[in-house]
Design a protein around this ligand. Sequence first.
Ligand code: SF4
Length: 355
Amino acid sequence: MKENFKKYSLNEARSAMLALGCDRYRGDQVFKWIWQKGALDFSVMTNLSRELRESLSERYLVAGLSMAGAGQQGVGARQEGAGVRKYLLGAGDNEDVESVYIREARRRTVCVSCQVGCPLGCRFCATALLGFRRNLHAYEIADQVRLIQQVTGTKCTNVVFMGMGEPLFNFNGVVGALEIITSPLGLSIGRRHTTLSTVGLVEGMEALLRSSIRVKLAVSLNFADEEQRREFMPAARHNRLQDILKVARAYSLRKERVTFEYVMIRHVNDHVRDARRLIELLKDVPSKINLIPYNEHPLLPYKRPTDAVIERFHGILLQSNHTVVIRKSRGQEILAGCGQLSGADRVLTSSKTSV
Ligand code: SF4
């Protein structure tokens, strides 16, 4: 059976070409064809000799994700300069994932998924409804960016690991994807324009800190009370708030400020006492706080707080010395907002047929 050349990292591509008796720079050329020009066939790689192209075709194929459906467009996509589009992308094994393209002023962001489903089961998150199916390979994560660039005809400026799944639960896949995404021979997106969002897996955060990988870190905190956090986010049972904050402090010592995300859910974590607890919790951690009003989902009972409640919460946090931003959520109407990705059509259909 032929191997998929797209699975190879840059170093593996170079080794593969050395094994064929070529110079290692031939690996760079093939890598560029695959990631920068979207080549799906060795025959188009015209800077390689015909013999080499034939030899590669005998041993390898080039296969990645494909569009599983037309991109769904959010309301904002029809407005000048801003918009959201959600894509369902299929892998070869009949699994599919959702990715979101966000256009805002000069910024072009792709929100990538790193797992099919998610094993962590946060109670307010639609992805958790899928359960865990599998980790995505590095090339499948990076291919979401490449494919969206191809169909939108744009060069993406930012990548956020905030789609389906927990990135630090697929550490190797995510690190490999970051290499492809940031390599000048790959998708060539600056490291400072990549953000990884985690629920706060302490071991993974520490591993990231020790590694040479530079990516902005966001921690989905959501609750300042340990007990409540454990109730809503099962991963919190093994990852204590104090340990998360310790690693966040270590990041700030390295002059890399961590962003804390706080998804505000009506009558759950939107009280004045929650805001005060949050200030107290983060008082020694230089950080930015993103308030994310909850994106409702038809299969989940939780609601977005009113604007007045969000403003009151924001006002209290502004009394701390943190930068606090209410994040404008986009794409809720097509279930493309934060925490809404679930292969919704499939989940909704199966839920309807089972009634
Ligand atoms: S919030 Fe993130 S970690 Fe929690 S279930 Fe959803 S995708 Fe998984």
